[in-house]
Design a protein around this ligand. Structure first.
Ligand code: PLP
Length: 413
C-alpha cells in the first residue's frame, strides 16, 4: 500500500526489508510452538543471580560513572578484560585494537558505514549470515559469492571471485550461521594468502568460536594473519577485522560485543559510532565487566558448552530416528545451528507452512543465499529448546517431512 511517506524515504531504504527471520519469529512466539527458528541462547543458562549481584555492586560502588556518558571506544576495564579473554583463544592484541559495540550487529553496520560505497562488491560465503546482508544492502552493497561445502568456504573458488575486485571478504569460520560448518585450517591459510595477494581485507565474524563441543579449537583467521605477517608487535596491524560478542556467552539482551582491528580502523569506527549512538550503554558495560571478571566468564562458557553440546547430541540422535531417508544434515562441532538439505525437488518454505500447522518451526534456507538458491535447505537451532522439546519437535518435523515427500511414516513414528 502506498503512503504519504513513500516518496520521502531516502533511496537507500529501497534496499531495506524486514528480516525474514524476525518476521518468522513473531509467528513462533506462541508457547505451543516448538521453535527451532531463532538463534537464541537458552534462558536456562542466563546467570540471573550473578547479574542481580553485579548490578547492586555497580550501583553501590560506581553508580556515578555507570549512569553517566562514557567513552565511545568502551569502558576501559571491559576492553582490558576482552584483551585477556581473547588471548585465551590465541588473539593477542592491545586495548588500542578493541572497540566495544552494541552487539556485533552494530559492528557489521558500522563496517558498512566506513567501508561500503554504493555498488561495491562484498565477497561472502553462500549461504551466509542474513543480518550482514541486511546491514550492508542499505549501503548499496552488491554480493559476489563463494560456495560452501562441509569444510567451509570453498577456497578453490575464491580466486575467481577475488578477480571481481571485492571491497572485503566476509567469512564465518566457526560453526557458521546458518550451516554449522567450520572452515578447515588449510583453507584458513589459503584465504589469508589470497586476500593478501589481491590486497582485499577480511571481516571475520565469530560469535560461536568459544562454543565448541568436540574436536580441537582452530586458530582464528586474525591469529593466522598475525603469524603470516610475523610482525612481532603486540598491537595488531594486519588485514583482518575480527568480530565477537557477549550475546552467546552471557546474554544477547546485553547488546554487547567487540571488534578487534588495526588501530586506524578502530579510530574510523569510533567516528562512525559517535554518529550512531555516542557509545554502548555504560551501565551495561560496567555490569558485564562485574559479572565476567575473576574467571566467571570462563566457568560460565563451560556450563553453556555442556548444555548445548548435550542438546546438539539429542537433536542429531532424534534426526537419525525421525527424519526420512533422502534428507541430509550437517554435524556441527559447536555453535547453535545445524543445516538440513532436502531432496532438490522440495521447497523448505512450503515445508514450513506444513510444520507450523504441526506447531514446530525452523528457518527456510533460501534467504541466506544472496544471489539465489537454497530452496531445499533449512536452518535448525538446537540451543534454545530443552531435550524433551527437541525430541518432540524433531518427531513432529520428521512426520511433516514424510508427508511432504509422500512417504509412509518411518518405524520410529
Ligand atoms: C554470524 C553472526 N553475526 C552477528 C550476529 C549478531 O550478534 P549480536 O547479538 O552480537 O548483535 C549474529 C547473531 O546471531 C550472528 O549469528
Amino acid at each position: 500500500m502506498q503512503t504519504l511517506w513513500d516518496h520521502r524515504f531516502a533511496q537507500r531504504t529501497q534496499r531495506m526489508g524486514s528480516s525474514a527471520i524476525r518476521e518468522l519469529l513473531k509467528l513462533t512466539e506462541s508457547p505451543d510452538i516448538i521453535s527451532f527458528g531463532g538463534g537464541m541462547p537458552a534462558p536456562d543458562v542466563f546467570p540471573i543471580q550473578e547479574f542481580r549481584e553485579a548490578c547492586e555492586r555497580v550501583l553501590r560502588d560506581s553508580g556515578d560513572f555507570a549512569l553517566q556518558y562514557g567513552p565511545t571506544d568502551g569502558y576501559p576495564p571491559l576492553r582490558e578484560l576482552i584483551v585477556r579473554h581473547t588471548a585465551r583463544y590465541g588473539i593477542e592484541v592491545t586495548p588500542e585494537n578493541i572497540l566495544v559495540t552494541s552487539g556485533s550487529q552494530q559492528a557489521l553496520d558500522l563496517l558498512g558505514k566506513i567501508l561500503i560505497n554504493p555498488g561495491d562488491h562484498i565477497l561472502v560465503e553462500s549461504p551466509t549470515y542474513l543480518g550482514a546482508l541486511q546491514a550492508w544492502s542499505a549501503y548499496g552493497a552488491e554480493y559476489v559469492t563463494v560456495p560452501m561445502d562441509e569444510y567451509g568456504m570453498v577456497t578453490d573458488a575464491l580466486e575467481a571471485a577475488l578477480r571481481s575486485g571485492p571491497k572485503f571478504i566476509y567469512v564465518l569460520p566457526n560453526f557458521q550461521n546458518p550451516t554449522g560448518v567450520t572452515l578447515a585450517l588449510e583453507r584458513r591459510k589459503k584465504l589469508i594468502e589470497l586476500a593478501d595477494q589481491y590486497g582485499v581485507p577480511i571481516v571475520e565474524d565469530d560469535p560461536y568460536g568459544q562454543l565448541r563441543y568436540e574436536g580441537e579449537h582452530l586458530p582464528s583467521v586474525v591469529v593466522l594473519d598475525g603469524q603470516f605477517r610475523n610482525s612481532g608487535e603486540s598491537c595488531y596491524r594486519g588485514n583482518v577485522i575480527y568480530l565477537s560478542t557477549f550475546s552467546k556467552i552471557l546474554s544477547p539482551g546485553l547488546r554487547l560485543a567487540w571488534v578487534v582491528a588495526p588501530p586506524e580502523v578502530i579510530r574510523k569506527l569510533v567516528q562512525a559510532k559517535q554518529g550512531a549512538d555516542l557509545h554502548t550503554s555504560a551501565f551495561t558495560q560496567f555490569v558485564a565487566y562485574e559479572v565476567s571478571r575473576g574467571g566467571f566468564l570462563d566457568r560460565h562458557i563451560k556450563v553453556i558448552r555442556d548444555c548445548y553440546g548435550k542438546r546438539r547430541d539429542v537433536m542429531l540422535a532424534a534426526m537419525d530416528g525421525y527424519f526420512p531417508p533422502g534428507v541430509e544434515w550437517t554435524h556441527p562441532e559447536g555453535g547453535l545451528f545445524l543445516w538440513a538439505i532436502l531432496p532438490e525437488t522440495m521447497n523448505s518454505a512450503e515445508v514450513l507452512k506444513m510444520a507450523l500447522q504441526q506447531k514446530v518451526a525452523f528457518v527456510p534456507g533460501a534467504p541466506f543465499y544472496p544471489t539465489g538458491g537454497g530452496h531445499n535447505t533449512m536452518r535448525i537451532n538446537f540451543s534454545y529448546s530443552d531435550p524433551d522439546k527437541i525430541r518432540e519437535g524433531i518427531a513432529r518435523l520428521g512426520r511433516v517431512l514424510y508427508e511432504a515427500m509422500g512417504e509412509p511414516l518411518g518405524i520410529y513414528h
